[in-house]
Write a protein that binds this ligand. Sequence first.
Ligand code: PMP
Length: 372
Amino acid sequence: DDSTTGNAWDELPIRDELRGQSPYGAPQLDVPVRLNTNENPYPLPEALVDRIAERVREAARDLNRYPDRDAVELRTELARYLTRTAGHEVGPAGVWAANGSNEVLQQLLQTFGGPGRTAIGFEPSYSMHALIARGTGTGWLSGPRNEDFTIDVAAAREMIAEQRPDVVFITSPNNPTGTAVDARTVLDLYEAAQAAKPSMVVVDEAYGEFSHHPSLLPLIEGRPHLVLSRTMSKAFGAAGLRLGYLAADPAVVDAVQLVRLPYHLSSITQATALAALEHTDTLLGYVAQLKSERDRLVDELRALGFQVTESDANFVQFGRFADSRTAWQRILDQGVLVRDNGVPGWLRVSAGTPAENDAFLDAARTLVTENA
Ligand code: PMP
């Protein structure tokens, strides 16, 4: 926390709600094994790299022009991808894309949150939900979870009824815990949110492809205030691309047009994303490998005596540590960077390649021996 040491911007007339805050900051350290930001460890296949180069080359010829503002071709392909893999038919009118799902979420809060309004998330969860709320002037409410990190539905319903938030975030699978949310819980919270206001319910499915369970996408049918958010950063192994998208009732897509910057998705981004979508099957093959590596991490960490939270994502939360900061440092000393999310007693490791996971498990093993 930098707030006590002073920041370069302290002297500037920044907004009051930003004063004393810290920016999002996962350490980007140069160590041999980086398993701290839930990236996909597999570089894009060479054939896809070539296809990207081809499509970007074509796009480059038209760079004197603004890109397709409505990204129609890209939204059509994303809709086809969802229809094929997520168990529900959607069309391009019900899909919207932006620079990472972070921008999707920001556009949603600019549209449905903002000054005088509030959003709720069930914590611990993805820290950017609260940060984007702050950035958009939206009030933030921290909702309850059970000991096992599932959402405490009864308490959540009560809080929604009392606080009447304008936006409800449900992260499934949840980051940093890996916990999937079942359809029943989403429906219960949606019902509570509609009774209270009505408000928008955003299901953040950034890790959806890694789950043991089917996507929650079919729930948007007949629920005009339910939004599903997705990303190409994880399953498509394209975090550097910055491409996130949502699926919802077409009216929601129309509404975010009010806040999106014109031409927000560059021609280069659209061309690259379209190339990646052509290689969906290969990329989903890597997802299958990562899922089995994730399951192996869970099993082996448990065999070593760690507590491990059930995971449906491409990472695993493990503990418990009397002092997670020290454990994090011990693992780092062995060349493996994991994540200390500030959940007391727990750390998070992303599933890497088999060799990276072995290096991590070796480091974890020494922790056990040291503590024995
Ligand atoms: N949602 C969740 C739950 C995440 O963990 C992340 C990335 N860490 C994001 C959204 C944002 O991802 P991106 O902006 O790369 O799509």
